[in-house]
Design a protein around this ligand. Structure first.
Ligand SMILES: *Cc1c(COP(=O)(O)O)cnc(C)c1O
Length: 371
């Protein structure tokens, strides 16, 4: 008899369900025998602009050093980030995507007997990281699909080590304002770490959303996580970072893999941080695309959750899964969010003007056939 290695895995690992990513274009092309060039993917909140030429140039320059290990301390990127934010290099922890940072937090502070508090409809990596560390997930019911920060405060107890909050949140796009964050940070016990996940914050700047970086000096228990995957357009390279007090960063760095961010990613991130024009264009395209989608969805009589991210959760009711399938068959990949407890919604990432138009056109056909 062969042994069951799932049964032999640590108990919390047996309870895990793996993260389900957006369907890759090539996979759909294989499954439905479609031409990849005819498929659009609006499923993973990726930047539709394509890479910045400055980033491509920086990567090319780094290529001759491929046989060498990367700088394990990421000196140049940390220096650039420190200057960018007016922080000390000792406040920065680099991650293989900000996903890595979230896992480092769980690895450093969570174990059996502890719990992590996060919201219903929050990012799927929070429960995965928490469970993998053997800790308990305290999922707090959402309010109007967003974080109920008061209820999250009330859920904190003596065994809570970490609270994960996302602003804006994925997959809902919901957000909280400056006064809500300030009241929350004031009320969280000082020994509880607050991870403020700002993966989409660059899309929301200039709005009423708080900038987490401003609160670091006041709250030594605050960890702000950010990424180059979204507005900076480097999702494939996997680079993100945590900003925190030096003490917290020192702990995070103890559990970090020595070379967790590769050389090409480091070089690309330095170039991306300097490329303000790209960031400006990302924001502009997103604002315009959001308006385009909202106008189109309204014309189709659909409802959605107001979003400050580069995506929008649209309500399709009980037919959401069937509509998703019909969209796939027409070469349009969006993201089902049933796994997030939102079976009546599909999440649509903002694409280029042409992609958004194609999505709306195909959606219209699908809804007509469905009626
Ligand atoms: C996309 C995303 C991240 C970051 O992903 P990385 O590519 O690992 O940096 C983090 N948090 C949320 C809420 C996200 O949607």
């Amino acid at each position: 008899m062969s042994c069951d290695f799932l049964q032999l895995a640590r108990t919390p690992v047996q309870q895990l369900s793996p993260y389900v990513p957006g369907k890759p274009v090539e996979e759909l092309a294989r499954e439905l025998d479609l031409n990849p060039a005819d498929i659009i993917k609006l499923a993973s909140n990726e930047n539709p602009l394509g890479p910045s030429p400055k980033v491509l140039e920086a990567i090319e320059k780094a290529l001759p050093e491929l046989t060498r290990y990367p700088d394990g301390n990421g000196f140049a990127l940390k220096q650039a980030l420190a200057a960018h934010y007016g922080l000390d290099m000792a406040q920065i922890t680099l991650g293989n995507g900000s996903n890595d940072v979230l896992e480092l937090v769980a690895k450093a502070w969570l174990e059996p007997g502890h719990n992590a508090v996060f919201s219903q409809y929050a990012f799927a990596v929070y429960p995965i990281a928490t469970l993998a560390a053997g800790a308990e997930c305290r999922e707090v019911p959402a309010k109007d699909h967003g974080h109920d920060l008061d209820a999250m405060l009330a859920a904190i107890d003596a065994d809570t080590r970490v609270v994960f909050i996302a602003n804006p949140n994925n997959p809902t796009g919901t957000w909280f304002d400056i006064s809500a964050l300030e009241a929350f940070l004031d009320a969280v016990p000082e020994q509880v770490l607050v991870v403020l996940d700002e993966a989409y914050i660059e899309y929301a700047s200039g709005s009423e959303l708080p900038n987490g970086v401003k609160y670091l000096s006041r709250y030594p228990n605050l960890i702000v996580s950010r990424t180059f995957s979204k507005a900076y357009g480097l999702a494939a390279l996997r680079v993100g970072y945590a900003l925190s007090s030096p003490r917290v960063a020192e702990v995070l760095n103890r559990v970090r893999q020595p070379f967790n961010v590769n050389s090409l990613a480091l070089a690309a991130a330095c170039a991306a941080l300097e490329d303000e024009d790209y960031l400006f264009r990302s924001r502009l395209a997103n604002d315009q695309g959001m308006e385009q989608l909202e106008t189109g969805l309204e014309a189709l009589g659909l409802e959605w959750i107001a979003s400050k991210g580069n995506f929008i959760a649209v309500r399709f009711g009980p037919d959401a899964a069937a509509i998703n399938q019909a969209l796939l068959e027409k070469g349009v990949i969006v993201r089902p969010v049933a796994g997030y407890g939102m079976p009546e919604y599909l999440r649509v990432s903002i694409g280029t003007h042409e992609e958004n138009a194609r999505f709306l056109g195909v959606l219209k056909q699908v809804l007509v056939n469905d009626a």
